[in-house]
Design a protein around this ligand. Structure first.
Ligand code: ZN
Length: 335
């Protein structure tokens, strides 16, 4: 690092990839105001400051409210397209070259068909590719506490040519406690048989048993969060041996009070030999960026700049898409 280049500059300039980010958590307030006005909706804020005042998370419900407020603004296929385009601008600002973006199809299927949804998302994806040379792939997710709705959504997904739509994995989100992954075993077995990877959230709001269920029952190849794996030595050993990537989102964990910044187990996971990568989860809701997440790993969790560079390269080997050589080349070109 030179004297003129701060760690902040380096984290911003570093070419990156992102594997855990939700479209619904990437809707900027200015975009929401625009779309809401177009759709004749009234929002409980009129500028960025007003939006920020809604982001005080004492409980998980405090997070769900602004999350759903964003979702409820997206009425038309054009809104979905533009949501992807403004997400692409955020990725470009962070020097991201490749992202696997999660979205929750069941939010939208009351308004339009899955085919229309994919068409809009992929038009947006094409615009991001054209403007920024960034590749996006999709991870539609099912919701733990709504098995009935999730199953209907899953059936619709399985009738699509998912790979042709840019889908690389099936996710699982929602509250872990009381909603075990085992319930979804048959669905994820079917997805795997269709060549779709399994990429659930686990070990965030519930403990190691939730991660075990995703590994052993769902055959997950990557885990969203997984930070509470640190509570189980045998699980850490399993994650290390099987080289399962944990998609760590420090800002999200701190904002949702999974742990404090000081207690965050990022360093402990790495010292245990687990693979970790850095992500934003819902950057607009958590008021973070991918570069800021890199900087906090450097400033608070003992990651050197070389460690951060290693994290990016290692994350490339955990991407679901058949694009690893392309991503490595793009990272090299931008470095
Ligand atoms: Zn997430």
């Amino acid at each position: 690092m030179t004297d003129l280049q701060t760690a902040e500059d380096i984290c911003l300039a570093m070419p990156k990839i992102e594997l855990h980010r939700h479209l619904e958590g990437s809707l900027r307030p200015g975009f929401l105001l625009l779309v809401a006005a177009r759709n004749g909706l009234k929002l409980p804020f009129s500028d960025a400051d007003g939006y920020c005042s809604l982001l005080k998370f004492r409980t998980f419900a405090d997070f769900v409210r602004p999350f759903l407020m964003g979702v409820n603004c997206l009425h038309e296929p054009q809104d979905m397209l533009e949501a992807v385009v403004q997400l692409g601008e955020q990725l470009a600002a962070d020097n991201v070259v490749y992202a696997e973006v999660t979205f929750t199809p069941q939010f939208y299927l009351r308004r339009f068909s899955l085919e229309t949804l994919f068409h809009a998302l992929n038009e947006g994806r094409e615009e991001v590719r054209r403007k920024h040379d960034i590749e996006i792939r999709w991870i539609p997710d099912l919701v733990r506490n709504r098995y009935d709705v999730s199953e209907r959504c899953f059936r619709m997904l399985m009738r699509c040519d998912l790979k042709a739509q840019g889908v690389v994995a099936l996710g699982l989100g929602g509250p872990e406690e009381g909603h075990p992954a085992q319930t979804f075993k048959a669905l994820f077995d079917e997805a795997r048989n269709q060549g779709i990877a399994v990429n659930p959230h686990a070990g965030e709001t519930a403990g190691p048993e939730s991660v075990w269920a995703c590994l052993q029952d769902l055959h997950a190849v990557r885990i969203g969060h997984g930070v509470r794996s640190v509570e189980d030595q045998a699980l850490l050993e399993y994650l290390k041996i099987h080289q399962v990537m944990l998609e760590v989102c420090i800002g999200s964990n701190v904002a949702l009070k999974v742990c404090t910044e000081d207690q965050h187990p990022l360093r402990q996971l790495r010292q245990a030999g687990c693979r970790v990568c850095l992500n934003t989860d819902d950057p607009v809701l958590f008021q973070t960026t991918l570069s800021a997440e890199y900087l906090r790993a450097h400033s608070h969790h003992g990651f050197s700049i070389d460690d951060l560079n290693y994290c990016v390269r290692d994350a490339v080997d955990a991407i679901h898409a058949d694009l690893k050589p392309w991503v490595h080349t793009r990272l090299g070109d931008m470095a």
